[in-house]
Structure formats: structure tokens, C-alpha cells
Design a protein around this ligand. Structure first.
Ligand SMILES: Cc1ncc(COP(=O)(O)O)c(C=O)c1O
Length: 378
């Protein structure tokens, strides 16, 4: 067969794109994505069409994949999230949004007439998921730190107490990294004598490291969650978006159905599933272990503390939720936001102190903010 290749011009375009990606990766501080990884030893796997079709726990006729490692990744998170022994199941998703969709899907299958409650600080993808699943829902107001307003939650559930309750709890909101307290939510359900309920925890960023914190936030299975989703590319760090969803096995069994074509169970959202992404998560889990991951979290917290303090020294009213790595402050000049890729909403912006961000980078950003303030006053 004739061999084909790219033209010089096309190769040049790739080279230019690579430089652009490198440059933009160095500078961003506003999105919760780790970039401190080196997966060079996994490069040989890119030669193969790895696909973990179907259920990771049920072998498939399609055998080019990483199911065994995917199962270990899920097991790692099930233990980290204190799932009940022998009653957990999950898979590596395409990202946190898919994990949240999965949690809501299970909740709907268990409680078809359920009402979903989620705070106004919830990630935008959740509303889309609710629309896709055609689930009735009510938005709950938030406190100023972005955490759910529990009084509003209680009053709203009371008005609809004939309906099963489905809660989408944020374990770290997108803008301020506020954690909804699953312990408090459970107490409200008990007070209102709600018998049928389901709690999904959206731990996109903070879910991966909250288990290492003291005091440990109320966010996992032992605290009352029925399912938890995280994004893999956030705290853990992977070159492509991915995530993990962990649910109770007994709930998953209710939706499982066997499919002859794949020789596996159809228990996941998509058919073909990325067989490479479990490799990256597995690699990081094995390389860092619990101790390494804990140190990673502590490093992020230390950087966040530093950034908050330095902003205060400059007279900028920065703030953080307890034990969080997101430092909130008034939106800086547009040129600075663009350069450092800082997201903003309603006049507020943030730095997310991911593991790769060092104090020198914080200093550099703050210097630019200082200069822009000086320009404004002169
Ligand atoms: C709180 C929260 N939930 C869900 C998501 C969606 O996760 P992903 O981008 O991995 O789909 C995000 C993304 O930033 C998020 O911040």
C-alpha cells in the first residue's frame, strides 16, 4: 500500500500548535487542571486501539484494553471514599460531567418521581444533564461562600415532602470551591422524615483530595453519599479529560443489562470507552500512593495560603473556603485575566492553586496586578 504523510506545511502547523499549547499551559492558573505529570513511559500504549467497551468488571470479547487497571483505579477511589465493603462499583468516565450524569441516572431509575435539589453554584453541566434525563428539579440558594443554604433546602423540601428527594451536593463548587455538608443534608432529611432519597456528590476537583484533610469534610459514602464523581484531569492530572464515578453496586445492578455484541454488561453511559485514561490514573495512584497524594494536597493548600496572604498584603480582599485551594478575589484587569486564563463571574475571579503552581508564579501574577493597579491610579 502506498505510504502517505503530511506535507511540510502541515507538519509546520503541528509544530506551531505545540509551541502554543506549551506556552498557554505554562501560564494558566485559573482552571483546576494539573499539568505536573510525565507519562512518557506510557507512550508505547498510544500505538494500540485501547477501548474498555462495556462494564469494567465484566470481560468483553473486545480484549484490547485496560480493564484490570481500571478496576484497580475504581477500587482505590471506593476505599478512599469509604464505600461499604463489597457494595461498590464504578468506572473511568470521560470527565466529571459524565460521572454526575451517571449519578443522576441511577437516582432517577431508583426514584422516577424524585425531585432534584441542587444549589445555584452547581456546575452548568448539571442543568443540561437534568434536561437530558427529564428530571424535575429545584434550585436552592447559596450562602455568600457558595455553599448551599441549608435553611432554603429544608423549607423547599418541606413544601415537596410527598416526593422522593434527590440531592446533587457540591464537594467544591466551580467558582469558590465551597463544599456542601452531606452530614447537614442528612440531618435535614431525617428531621423531615424523608424515607426515599438519593445523594450524589459532585467532587470534580475537591473530591479527589478531601479525604486527606483534617477535619475530614462530610462528603463520602460513610457520610451518606450514594454516589460520587470526580474529574481525573483535575487534582490527579492526565493529558486528556477523564473522571471516575463510584456508586453502590446494589443500585447499579438494577440498571445492568447484558449485551451479546460486546460480550459484556451495558452498565456505562457510552459504549466505546477510553482505554488509555485508566492507565494514566493508575500510574499516578501507583507512583504517588496515599502518602504522595496527601503531600500533593498539602502543597496545594500551602500555596493557596500564601496567595491569600500576599493578596491581603496588597490590600486586596481575597478569601478562601476552609481547607480549599481556590483563592477568590475581585476580578483583575482584562489583560491579566487573559494572560493567566483566570475565569471570572459576577466581578469575582480566582486562582486555583493546583500542584504545579509554585510561589514564584503567584509572585509574578501579583506583581502584574500591582503594576496594573499603579497604572490605574497614575
Ligand atoms: C463542580 C464541578 N462539577 C463538574 C465539573 C465538570 O467536570 P468535567 O469538566 O470533568 O466534565 C466541573 C468542572 O470544572 C466542576 O467544577
Amino acid at each position: 500500500m502506498k505510504s502517505y504523510s503530511l506535507s511540510e506545511d502541515e507538519n509546520q502547523r503541528l509544530a506551531v500548535l505545540l509551541e502554543e499549547v506549551k506556552h498557554n499551559t505554562e501560564l494558566f492558573m485559573g482552571y483546576p487542571v494539573s499539568k505536573d505529570f510525565d507519562y512518557t513511559s506510557l507512550l508505547p500504549f498510544l500505538k494500540y486501539p485501547m477501548n474498555n467497551l462495556g462494564d469494567p468488571f465484566v470481560p468483553s470479547t473486545y480484549a484490547v484494553g485496560s480493564r484490570a487497571l481500571e478496576k484497580e483505579v475504581v477500587e482505590f477511589f471506593a476505599e478512599l471514599f469509604r464505600a461499604e465493603k463489597d457494595n461498590w462499583w464504578g468506572y473511568v468516565t470521560n470527565g466529571g460531567s459524565e460521572g454526575n450524569l451517571y449519578g443522576l441516572y441511577l437516582a432517577r431509575e431508583l426514584h422516577p418521581k424524585g425531585m432534584v435539589y441542587y444549589s445555584e453554584a452547581t456546575h452548568y453541566s448539571v442543568q443540561k444533564n437534568l434536561h437530558l434525563l427529564n428530571m424535575e428539579n429545584i434550585t436552592i440558594s447559596t450562602q455568600t461562600n457558595g455553599e448551599m443554604d441549608y435553611e432554603d433546602l429544608e423549607n423547599t423540601i418541606r413544601m415537596n415532602r410527598q416526593l422522593p428527594v434527590i440531592i446533587m451536593a457540591n464537594i467544591g463548587t466551580t467558582m469558590t470551591e465551597a463544599r456542601d455538608d452531606i452530614g447537614r443534608i442528612k440531618a435535614i432529611l431525617k428531621k423531615l422524615a424523608i424515607k426515599h432519597y438519593y445523594i450524589h456528590a459532585d467532587g470534580a476537583l475537591s473530591g479527589s483530595y478531601s479525604a486527606f484533610l483534617e477535619p475530614r469534610p462530610a462528603f463520602d459514602f460513610a457520610d451518606g453519599a450514594d454516589s460520587i464523581a470526580i474529574s481525573g484531569h483535575k487534582f490527579m492530572g492526565t493529558p486528556m479529560p477523564c473522571g471516575v464515578v463510584v456508586v453502590k453496586k446494589s443500585n447499579r445492578d438494577r440498571i445492568a443489562r447484558s449485551v451479546a455484541y460486546i460480550g459484556s454488561m451495558d452498565t456505562t453511559i457510552s459504549g466505546s470507552r477510553n482505554g488509555h485514561s485508566p492507565l494514566f490514573l493508575w500510574y499516578t495512584i501507583k507512583k504517588l500512593g496515599m502518602e504522595g497524594l496527601k503531600q500533593r494536597a498539602l502543597h496545594c493548600l500551602d500555596t493557596a495560603r500564601y496567595a491569600e496572604e500576599k493578596l491581603h498584603e496588597m490590600g486586596i480582599p481575597a478569601w478562601r473556603n476552609p481547607n480549599s485551594i481556590t483563592v477568590n478575589f475581585p476580578e483583575p484587569a482584562a489583560a491579566i485575566r487573559k494572560k493567566w486564563q483566570l475565569a471570572a463571574e459576577s466581578g469575582s475571579s480566582h486562582i486555583i492553586c493546583m500542584p504545579n503552581i509554585g510561589k514564584n508564579q503567584i509572585d509574578q501574577l501579583l506583581q502584574e496586578i500591582r503594576e496594573s493597579q499603579f497604572e490605574l491610579t497614575t
